[in-house]
Design a protein around this ligand. Structure first.
Ligand SMILES: Cc1ncc(COP(=O)(O)OP(=O)(O)O)c(N)n1
Ligand SMILES: Cc1nc(C(=O)O)sc1CCOP(=O)(O)O
Ligand SMILES: [Mg+2]
Length: 219
C-alpha cells in the first residue's frame, strides 16, 4: 500500500486501535494485534511506553509485517527511529515529539504523519506543517494517559469538522460515546481500553460495528 492508500484508510475506516500491554488484561501486544486483525480492524497504532528499544522494535516489526499482509495500516507512536527501523508506513507524533518537517527529513521516504491536537491553534499548525491527519482529544475522560489536556471544547470540535485532512477522535471513547461523536459528525475513533482492554476483543469489535451500522442507517 502507498501513502495515499494509508491516508484513505485512515479517512474511511472508523475503528483505529491503539496497542498497549498495560491495558490488555495480560495479553501480549502480538496476541492483541492478531485478534484485532482477525476481527477486521485495519488501523493499528503501536504505543508502548514501558519496554526497551529492542523489545519495542522486535514486537512492532512483527506487527507491522502482519498489518502489511492484511492490507492494514500500521502506525508507530512517538519514535521516528522505531518507525524507520520497522519500516512503518505511518508515524503519529504528539506536540512534544519531533515536528512534521523533521519526521519527513529523518525518514527520507514518503511517510504518513499524524499529529496530536487539542485546540484550533494546534489543528491550524498541523495542517500548515503538512500533517496527513490529526488526532483530536481527549473527547471524554480517560484513565489510559496520565498527561492529558482538558476535554476538547465545542468550539474546537466544530473547527475540526471543517479540516481538509482526516480527524481521528481519541480519549474515553466507548460504545456510548462513539454514538455521540458520530451524531456530532466525527467518523474516526481511536481507542485503547475499549478495544485492547475488552474481555473478548472479537466480540467487542462486533459490538462497535453494530453501533456504527445503526448510525449509518439512521443518517
Ligand atoms: C490518534 C492519536 N491521537 C492522539 C494520540 C496522543 O499522542 P501524544 O499526545 O503524543 O501522546 P501519547 O499517545 O504518545 O502518550 C495518539 N497516540 N494517537
Ligand atoms: C493516548 C491518548 N491520547 C489522548 C489525547 O487526548 O491526545 S487521550 C489518550 C488515551 C486514549 O485511551 P482510551 O481510549 O483508553 O481512553
Ligand atoms: Mg506521543
Amino acid at each position: 500500500m502507498k501513502h495515499d492508500d494509508h491516508v484513505h484508510q485512515i479517512r474511511t475506516e472508523p475503528i483505529y486501535a491503539i496497542l498497549g500491554e498495560t491495558f490488555s488484561r495480560g495479553r501480549t501486544n502480538r496476541q492483541v494485534a492478531k485478534a484485532l486483525l482477525g476481527a477486521g480492524v485495519r488501523i493499528i497504532q503501536y504505543r508502548e511506553k514501558e519496554k526497551s528499544w529492542q523489545e519495542k522494535y522486535e514486537e512492532a516489526r512483527d506487527i507491522c509485517q502482519w498489518c502489511n499482509e492484511y492490507g492494514a495500516t500500521f502506525i508507530m507512536n512517538d519514535s521516528i527511529d522505531l518507525a524507520i527501523a520497522c519500516e512503518a508506513p505511518v508515524i503519529h507524533v504528539g506536540q512534544d515529539d519531533a515536528p512534521v518537517a523533521w519526521v519527513r527529513r529523518l525518514a527520507q521516504r514518503d511517510i504518513v504523519v499524524g499529529v496530536s491536537t487539542h485546540t484550533i491553534a494546534e489543528m491550524k499548525k498541523a495542517v500548515r506543517d503538512g500533517a496527513d491527519y490529526v488526532g483530536l482529544g481527549p473527547m471524554y475522560q480517560t484513565t489510559s494517559k496520565m498527561d492529558v489536556h482538558d476535554i476538547v471544547a465545542d468550539v474546537d470540535k466544530a473547527y475540526a469538522l471543517t479540516l481538509p485532512i482526516p480527524v481521528v477522535t481519541i480519549g474515553g471513547i466507548d460504545l456510548i460515546h462513539i454514538r455521540q461523536l458520530y451524531t456530532e459528525g466525527f467518523r474516526s475513533f481511536a481507542m485503547i481500553s475499549a478495544l485492547v482492554g475488552a474481555t473478548d476483543i472479537v466480540e467487542q469489535i462486533g459490538a462497535f460495528r453494530q453501533v456504527l451500522q445503526e448510525k449509518i442507517d439512521e443518517c
